[in-house]
Design a binder for this molecule. Structure first.
Ligand code: NDP
Ligand code: 2IT
Length: 443
């Protein structure tokens, strides 16, 4: 049995019930096999056994009081997965589905994604099973303060720097930042995605969506194509989805759909993005309201966004939202390119369908790396006590996405799987971390 298979079997036995973590690890380990086989020193150093075991996992109680005076208790998580190339870096997710498996899969992905950005950041992730939906601002504030009252002792500008993810945006980051500062007395870049008046970076809000479109544009260009005149279907209606939609539109495409966890809209004339931005981020409303604004558009309850015919699909909601059956439908409808804005949105079987049908496929850890890359730029600005202009940050983000595309494309070619960017991104991300871990000894 190969070294990789052996480690994978051990991981599956040891992490029973952690389906998402096993899925993410299976994808990475099976695709890096050729480069692990070419480096026998890795096995001697138990490199993969160390790579799949988080350096530290923190789970804690988060008690808070709701507006009715009832005591609520949630569970908090921070998984500090790998610090070989920099301080732990990765978002916090607040969603009722959050559990250790989901945080571990996200933290594991983050190691390779952060490596691909070319910036000095390690991998981590955290969050809570708290559901911000339907909560008042005061409830969200009290929850964030309680969450940070435990988390603060584990993080710091040079140790671990959290940020946003599902359910955590500017409002939540700001409440957590205020509480961190209050407890520690430190005014430091301990969180990214901060407001512009207290150390945030321009472009961070737009960065994941913009970066996704920059990378897909690069992939299309290499195939002699572009966004111009294309029909684009996007899932999600949050931070990543909305700014991806704006950038794709700027590049000449027509975005005909967005979705949330209750349903999806289909607007054949192109979605009114300013309306959705205000609806979701200011009014915290539901997409079902879009029809009131634009009666010519359709709203459908439930999943099904992938049944809409398109040239380019950008899944930007959540893990495993695009199944094998969805992938087959997209292919049958003529979809030519897929870029993953969410983390692990396509199942392993769906990825297989795309690769077999020669759909241009940009995997999450490359395609959505623009968010964390811009977070690292925010860290640089905080350390240097300065702030760059929108155009400066946007130009750096664009340059980073181009280099990620080039690195994953050339790694795929070098290891004999040209055009397989899943393998290319995993290999390119892995090699830098592996080299750093080998150099630093058995730690
Ligand atoms: P938001 O909370 O801003 O938006 C999430 C969107 O996805 C909402 O429209 C939400 O709908 C929908 N959604 C969430 N969970 C589900 C579900 N189980 N089923 C169907 N729809 C769902 O989060 P982000 O836009 O920040 O994150 C989206 C994805 O992008 C996640 O996978 C995240 O990990 C990834 N990502 C985010 C980055 C960032 O910088 N924010 C960076 C890189 C990746 P509803 O409102 O109904 O819940
Ligand atoms: O999945 C991700 O890369 C994020 N949620 C962003 C992490 C960050 O630190 O900006």
């Amino acid at each position: 049995m190969s070294y990789v298979q052996n480690v994978l079997n051990g991981l599956i036995a040891k992490n029973q019930g952690q389906a998402e973590f096993i899925q993410a690890a299976t994808e990475v380990l099976t695709t890096i096999e050729p480069c692990v086989a070419a480096n026998p020193a890795y096995e001697k150093a138990a490199l993969l056994e160390r790579l799949v075991e988080p350096e530290r996992q923190i789970m804690f109680r988060v008690p808070w009081i709701d507006d009715k005076g009832n005591v609520q208790v949630n569970r908090g998580f921070r998984v500090q997965f790998n610090s070989a190339i920099g301080p732990y870096k990765g978002g916090l997710r607040f969603h009722p589905s959050v559990n250790l498996s989901i945080i571990k899969f996200l933290g594991f992905e983050q190691i390779f994604k952060n490596s691909l950005t070319t910036l000095p950041i390690g991998g981590g992730k955290g969050g809570s099973d708290f559901d911000p939906k339907g909560k008042s601002d005061n409830e969200v504030m009290r929850f964030c303060q309680s969450f940070m009252t435990e988390l603060y002792r584990h993080i710091g500008a040079d140790t671990d720097v959290p940020a946003g993810d599902i359910g955590v945006g500017g409002r939540e980051v700001a409440y957590m930042y205020g509480q961190y500062k209050r407890i520690t007395g430190l005014y430091e870049g301990v969180l990214t995605g901060k407001g512009l008046t207290f150390g945030g970076s321009l472009v961070r809000t737009e960065a994941t969506g913009y970066g996704l479109v920059y990378l897909v544009q690069e992939m299309l260009q290499a195939a002699g194509d572009s966004f111009e005149g294309k029909t684009v279907v996007i899932s999600g209606a949050g931070n990543v989805a909305v700014y991806a939609a704006y950038k794709a539109t700027q590049l000449g495409a027509k975005v005909v759909s967005l979705s949330d966890s209750t349903g999806y809209i289909y607007d054949k004339d192109g979605v009114d993005l300013a309306y959705v931005e205000d609806l979701k981020f200011n009014k915290r409303g539901r997409l079902s309201e879009y029809k009131n604004h634009k009666p010519s558009a359709e709203y459908h309850d439930g999943k099904g966004v992938w049944n809409i015919p398109c040239d380019i699909a950008l899944p930007c909601a959540t893990q495993n939202e695009l199944t094998e059956a969805d992938a087959k439908t997209l292919v049958a409808n003529g979809c030519k390119a897929v870029g993953e804005g969410a983390n692990m949105p396509s199942t392993l079987e769906a990825i297989d369908v795309f690769l077999k049908n020669k759909v241009l496929f940009a995997p999450a850890k490359a395609a959505n790396a623009g968010g964390v890359a811009t977070s690292a730029l925010e860290m640089s600005q905080n350390s240097a006590r300065l702030s760059w202009t929108f155009d400066e940050v946007d130009a750096k983000l664009h340059g980073i996405m181009v280099s990620i595309y080039n690195n994953m494309a050339s790694a795929a070619k070098e290891y004999g799987v040209e055009g397989n960017f899943v393998a290319g991104a995993n290999i390119a991300g892995f090699l830098k971390v592996a080299e750093a871990m080998m150099a630093q000894g058995i730690v």
